[in-house]
Design a protein around this ligand. Structure first.
Ligand SMILES: [Zn+2]
Length: 141
């Protein structure tokens, strides 16, 4: 059976820092994140791998939480205290908020949300922090 790929790009603004880093990324800063979700599979009865609207819906609740928020490593007590004390928008993340970990997390979450679409065979999530840097996570269904 023929396989196809579709992709869609999403965008959000988010703050973070890498407490372990010694080269500058330990400081509070942010990125205009871009995520490209690529889905591979066979066409369903409607001639689609997946309706782009369904992908948008799956991603929307994550981006709504993350946009203009601070993604804080769950072990970063300094930032958690600061963000809570000042009533700022933040999301606690398990582990370092690297592009690798973010793409891995998003790939897992989206794979679980979309798993009922039995024609899907693989998902690839590319998270771009800057114009020149990205990380890619891939999972098979
Ligand atoms: Zn950064």
């Amino acid at each position: 059976m023929d396989t196809f790929k579709i992709s869609k790009i999403f965008h959000w603004e988010m703050g973070h820092r890498l407490p372990f880093h010694t080269g500058g990324c330990q400081n509070v800063h942010g990125h205009s994140y871009t995520m490209r979700v690529e889905l591979e599979g066979t066409k369903n009865a409607n001639g689609m791998i997946l309706d782009y609207d369904d992908l948008k819906t799956a991603v929307k609740h994550i981006i709504d939480k993350w946009d203009h928020a601070f993604l804080v490593d769950d072990s970063d007590e300094i930032m958690k205290t600061f963000l809570k004390t000042n009533g700022l928008k933040f999301v606690v993340f398990k582990g370092n908020t690297t592009a690798e970990n973010i793409s891995h997390y998003l790939c897992e979450v989206l794979k679980n949300i979309l798993a009922s679409n039995k024609n899907l065979t693989a998902i690839e999530v590319t998270v771009k922090e800057t114009l020149t840097s990205d990380a890619i996570a891939k999972r098979n269904f």
